[in-house]
Ligand binder design. Structure first.
Ligand code: HEM
Length: 220
């Protein structure tokens, strides 16, 4: 849910309400992002102990130092990620944030915004996610859910046998888990580049308000 700025702030800057994500969204986003990074680094450490592809991740990109350390980090971060995820999803659904701000746009709007984005012409309006952002955010939330579910299925393949079965068995579930991690890393690269290209959004996601200099409704 986006918060509106006070009328005083708005009239002095001649802008339409430049809203920023609410505290719950911001706090759960950053806790989730930090735990996701820990899960990726420790996951790479665990992968290196038994690679399924003909490569290993470089040690500097891994977390935990050895298999046992990687597993300890991976599970510690998993609980943090799940807690933040439950609060984020619950709040997003109950407050109407998902319906209002993240509901995917129609194919025509997506096509138009993708074309503009590829030509670096996609404008960004404060407090409003464009069709590309809505698609990416909804997509990564679904991918994150699949990552957690496939991870649980390879962690407890006996107790959660039905889940492992749903993913097509242990070996396929492990590959799905790896593929979902790859999609999250790809999302992260695009997401961080976009956040750096439009630093006002980064400021808003950290501080919950627009930066003092951002007086335009739309920034390119
Ligand atoms: C670690 C580096 C990250 C940075 C710098 C970052 C930055 C941001 C920023 C600036 C926004 C607000 C965009 C706007 O207002 O236009 C945002 C929103 C979002 N980010 Fe990230 N993010 C990071 C990691 C992640 C990760 C790991 C995920 C999930 C896998 C993620 C998922 C999302 C989602 C779903 C939103 C929309 C939140 C909502 O309004 O409900 N981010 N991020």
């Amino acid at each position: 849910m986006f918060q509106s700025e006070s009328p005083d702030m708005l009239s002095s800057r001649r802008v339409r309400p430049g809203r920023t994500p609410s505290p719950v969204i911001r706090i759960t986003h950053w806790i989730g992002a930090a735990s996701m990074l820990v899960m990726i680094g420790s996951g790479w450490q665990i992968y290196n102990a038994s690679p399924i592809l003909p490569f290993e991740f470089p040690p500097w990109a891994t977390l935990g130092g050895w298999l046992g350390g990687g597993i300890a980090w991976h599970f510690a971060a998993m609980w943090v990620l799940m807690a933040a995820g439950v609060v984020y999803l619950g709040y997003g659904a109950l407050s109407g944030h998902f319906r209002r701000d993240l509901r995917p746009a129609g194919p025509r709007a997506v096509g138009r915004d993708v074309a503009q984005a590829l030509r670096f012409r996609l404008s960004h309006t404060a407090g409003h996610y464009n069709a590309v952002q809505r698609l990416l955010y909804t997509g990564v939330l679904i991918v994150a859910l699949l990552t957690v579910a496939s991870g649980l299925s390879i962690w407890k393949p006996v107790q959660l046998g039905w889940l492992t079965w749903l993913f097509g068995g242990y070996d396929i579930a492990r590959r799905i888990h790896f593929a979902m991690m790859t999609l999250i890393v790809a999302f992260l690269v695009i997401h961080i580049v976009l956040a750096l290209l439009v630093p006002q959004t980064l400021f808003g996601m950290i501080f919950g308000r627009r930066p003092p200099a951002a007086s335009q409704e739309t920034v390119r």
